[in-house]
Design a binder for this molecule. Structure first.
Ligand SMILES: Cc1cc2nc3c(=O)[nH]c(=O)nc-3n(C[C@H](O)[C@H](O)[C@H](O)COP(=O)(O)OP(=O)(O)OC[C@H]3O[C@@H](n4cnc5c(N)ncnc54)[C@H](O)[C@@H]3O)c2cc1C
Length: 405
């Protein structure tokens, strides 16, 4: 048995704490706020077994032109958001080319397909079944061209990854989702995936499970991490091993220990809206760059990517998303005075960083899950915990890959 410090109480850190604890280790988790209140709070709540390919950067000349001119709502940017991460963005673009993206998808797909199996025992032990729906989510297609593309995607992911999807006409969608007011061209029902009505609540219930099983949560600053003898100390806690699971804040700390990890910070926003009749499933309207998720607090409108250091008070992507949502549903006023915002921690090669930090005995990295950390936390936590116990880890995810570049 070892004493392990886990730094960061998002989905990734809390899952790491549970996985190490399940292997008999004494685990202390250090979180500066409350577990599950940052990026793992603000997401769209999808636990996505269908997302077998990581999110590549759009590279067609048309898409790049749109982004450069600030048109469209998939990617927005400001010069002060773009310039400091320009190197990481170029590397992301290189890894988005077809051959590199296929290589990343091969690894990513193997991770993502395990996600509901890894969440299932935690949901049950945490007593969180009441906030999990196992009915998938629906991607709507507003034009015939988008529907044709959806058909091709569904065929491809079935043959290459075994992902099941049901294609629906607009009329079939309205029968399944009576709250939708208009008839769109069609939809894809990704029926294997799960979704959560309170993502922050799920992380909090996993954290409570960790404590019930004897784990300790310290409310403190992990930025204070330093060596103590052969082990590590941070704030008022000590351990033989330390795992950095600080989501978008991780590279700041690993850099101090010689591991420079490039990261693209993709800001997203959400806001809840009062709704009389909520949909039965989350509705992804990718043509308008939003996901509309029925949550405990209301209908959550979550946006795509913005490359900006500071949040906007009135984000154009959210404004556009609200307009698109109002076309589909009778929604009322916003629940909160201001939108929530957070940053997806995206690694340019689109794979998370999981494993031993080179040249730093007993220091471990576990972050960089990009668009799907809420889904993948428990999957990569198991990989990390196994490596910490003497296993080989996954070379493709190893922090050592940043030494080579
Ligand atoms: C708009 C949006 C929609 C998304 N939708 C989905 C989705 O539907 N499905 C999905 O799978 N993923 C989704 N994601 C991505 C997902 O939310 C992230 O990948 C995931 O939450 C990252 O988890 P994490 O634990 O690494 O980071 P975080 O949740 O940010 O956790 C890091 C923790 O570290 C703590 N911390 C930071 N610094 C310190 C310090 N110095 N001391 C102590 N503690 C510290 C923070 O307080 C925080 O709790 C979405 C993201 C966004 C922004």
């Amino acid at each position: 048995m070892a004493e392990i410090l886990v730094l960061g109480g998002g989905m990734v850190g809390v899952s790491t704490a549970l996985a190490c604890q399940a292997r008999g280790h004494a685990v202390t988790l250090i979180e500066r706020g409350v577990p599950g209140r940052e990026t793992s709070y603000g997401n769209a709540g999808l636990i996505q077994t269908e997302a077998v390919e990581p999110y590549a950067m759009p590279l067609s000349p048309g898409a790049l032109f749109q982004i450069a001119l600030g048109r469209g709502f998939d990617v927005k940017w400001t010069p002060s958001g773009l310039l400091p991460q320009f190197g990481a963005i170029l590397s992301y673009a290189r890894h988005s080319l077809p051959a590199a993206h296929r290589r990343a998808s091969e690894v990513w797909g193997r991770l993502i397909r395990q996600s509901t199996d890894r969440h299932a025992p935690l949901v049950e032990a945490a007593g969180a079944g009441n906030i999990i729906r196992k009915n998938g989510y629906i991607e709507i297609h507003r034009t015939p061209a988008r529907m044709d593309k959806a058909r091709a995607t569904a065929e491809r992911v079935l043959s290459e990854f075994g992902v099941e999807a049901r294609l629906m006409t607009g009329a079939e969608l309205r029968a399944l989702e009576p709250a939708i007011k208009v008839t769109v061209e069609g939809a894809t029902h990704w029926s294997d995936s799960w979704n959560c009505a309170d993502p922050g609540g799920l992380v909090a219930s996993y954290a409570a499970l960790f404590e019930r099983r004897g784990g300790r949560i310290v409310n403190g600053d992990a930025g204070d991490l330093h060596r103590k003898g052969a082990g590590w100390a941070a704030d008022e806690a000590e351990g033989e091993h330390a795992v950095i699971a600080l989501g978008p804040w991780s590279p700041m700390l690993t850099g101090r220990y010689g591991l420079r990890v490039p990261m693209v910070f993709k800001r997203g926003y959400h806001r809840h809206y009062h709704v009389e009749q909520a949909p039965n499933h989350p509705i992804a309207d990718f043509g308008n760059s939003v996901v509309l998720s029925p949550m405990r607090r209301g209908l959550r409108i979550a946006t795509a990517a913005e490359l900006s250091p500071h949040p906007r008070l009135s984000p154009p992507q959210l404004k556009h998303g609200e307009k698109a949502a109002r076309e589909l549903f009778d929604i009322g006023a916003p629940v909160e005075a201001e939108p929530w915002t957070g940053r997806r921690p995206c690694i340019p090669d689109m794979l998370p960083v999981v494993g031993r930090v080179p040249d730093q005995p007993n220091l471990w990295a576990h972050f960089g899950h990009g668009h799907q950390g809420f889904t993948l936390g428990p999957v990569t936590a198991e990989i990390l915990a196994e490596e910490l116990d003497g296993g080989e880890g996954w070379a493709q995810l190893s922090p050592a890959r940043f030494r080579r570049g």
